[in-house]
Design a binder for this molecule. Structure first.
Ligand code: AP5
Length: 207
């Protein structure tokens, strides 16, 4: 299984698991959310166009992300597989993906709603890319990887989280049926109390 798509609601742990999968199977982790946030940070044209959508918890238009992903998948390091995190998020994106690549496995990480709210309300991130949680770090909130100060992501405000979850239900959850019909969907059910390592063990079993 080399070309993998990770599905799951905001906060399901896609990014956390994608980092582990990429390391274990030596394939690149491609996150559209991370690509968009980097563009916002750098003030590029794409970043300027994406900013208001992300801050409102809405999806950026398909036209902005489809070409980026198609280009990224054409790069050399993606020739032997990749893990796509946060793409596709709409049926139109999934259809566009099918036109440029073949997906071997779609992994749906299924986490109870209450656990998602708890996780996102405590998430801390670092500009080096590390993701953590208020309960896992000291009170000075230094990044365990690079030592910089961790911060709360702009779209993790409670009202934006609610908007993101509603957008997920309406626009992204239908992809479960899309991939079920193709026969390449596997769901991993994650209990709110499953630690990151427990989830990764479940993930490795299906990979
Ligand atoms: P994106 O960056 O993709 O955000 P998301 O899908 O909302 O997902 P998150 O990053 O919030 O959560 P995650 O599932 O990766 O969980 P994580 O591992 O961090 O997208 C952001 C925005 O960009 C979108 O809203 C949209 O506007 C735009 N966008 C991106 N792609 C797009 C596309 N294709 N089309 C259109 N627009 C697009 O974990 C969450 C927290 O839980 C962390 O604190 C983590 O440490 C913790 N945690 C993880 N696992 C566990 C565990 N087992 N137990 C306890 N805590 C855990």
């Amino acid at each position: 299984m080399r070309n993998i798509v990770l599905l799951g609601a905001p906060g399901a742990g896609k990014g956390t698991q994608a980092v582990l999968i990429a390391k274990e199977y030596n394939i690149p982790h491609i996150s559209t959310g991370a690509i968009l946030r980097k563009n916002i940070q750098e003030g590029t044209e794409l970043g300027k166009q994406a900013k208001s959508y992300i801050e409102a918890g809405q999806l950026v238009p398909d036209s902005l992300v489809i070409d980026i992903v198609a280009d990224r998948l054409g790069q050399d390091d993606a020739k032997n597989g990749y893990i796509l995190d946060g793409f596709p998020r709409t049926i139109a994106q999934a259809e566009a993906l099918d036109r440029v690549t073949t997906i071997d496995l779609v992994l749906d990480i299924n986490v109870p709603f209450e656990a998602i709210i708890e996780r996102l309300s405590g998430r801390l991130v670092c500009k080096c890319g590390e993701t953590s949680h208020v309960d896992w770090v000291d009170s000075d909130r230094k990044c365990p990887k690079c030592g910089e100060t961790l911060f709360v992501r702009d779209d993790d405000k409670p009202e934006t989280v609610r908007a993101r979850l509603a957008v997920y239900e309406k626009q992204t959850a239908p992809l479960i049926g899309y991939y079920e019909a193709k026969g390449n969907l596997v769901s991993v059910d994650v209990d709110g109390s499953d630690q990151v390592e427990d989830v990764f063990e479940k993930v490795k079993k299906v990979l």
